[in-house]
Write a new protein. Sequence first.
Length: 296
Amino acid sequence: ETTEMTHREEAVIQISELDLLTSMFPYEEEFTVTDQLAVAELKHYVENESAETPSSKVQFILNVKPEISNASVVEFSMACALPFQYPTVLPEITVRSSSLSRSQQIHLNSDLKTYLMQNCSGEPCMLSAREWVKDHAAAYVDKDLSSSSVTTSSAMPSEVITFTRLWIYSHHIYNKQKRKNIIDWAKELSLSGFCMPGKPGVVCVEGLQSSCEEFWSRVRRLTWKRILIRHREDVSLEGGGHVEIQKQRKFSTLEEKCFDAHGARGNHMDLGQLYRFLEEKGCADIFQMYFGVEGH
């Protein structure tokens, strides 16, 4: 019963936020709900105990003109969809503008998402998202044009390469063959990171996104009691060559790290040492994602 209640609470918040947006931006060109049926379903759901959960997300467009002195004012449109669990989960927003290149758009949307992840947990955040776009979007229009135009011929669109870091959690890693696979595959795919065998098992790999995904698809096919990606980091690199990739790495190679095993079978790792190791590499915040406690 309790979950039902929270879904209704979430729905109520969504409706009141839509009402607020409607009253703040009365003109179609500023704010348009693209799916009126979804809104009607949502209202029906809130008002009727017996109503089914709505079948489609509420979707709308917010148009934003940044305040810049520049005469050629650029307009940005935010295409927004509210997942059913919003505001418990983040809204889905894509910012577009005719003045943005594809890579600038990717960059802008990725930064907006980071901003939302850091600032908007569990609270309605459409207004602060709009505010962020209003304040920051214009800066992306001429970002990184100067630097790339020098190095690449104008006919070549600069390719966006994604650098990825996967933090994998396993119930345990003892098996020697698996441990060998992890190290061999990382080497073959030019991934760096570390593997901490024992219970729990922790694997971190970093490198090209496609290589990380290939690594994950191989590893997960082995038999595990439980294995999952606990956290994933993606960074878009403009025309990212070898040098850019190397700059992003926090680890030089992939090695197995054993932190003073203790315990009856000598397989429980000293988590304090793991924490200090992560801290050294500038990844201390990951410790909490794995173990849900502040490190020491």
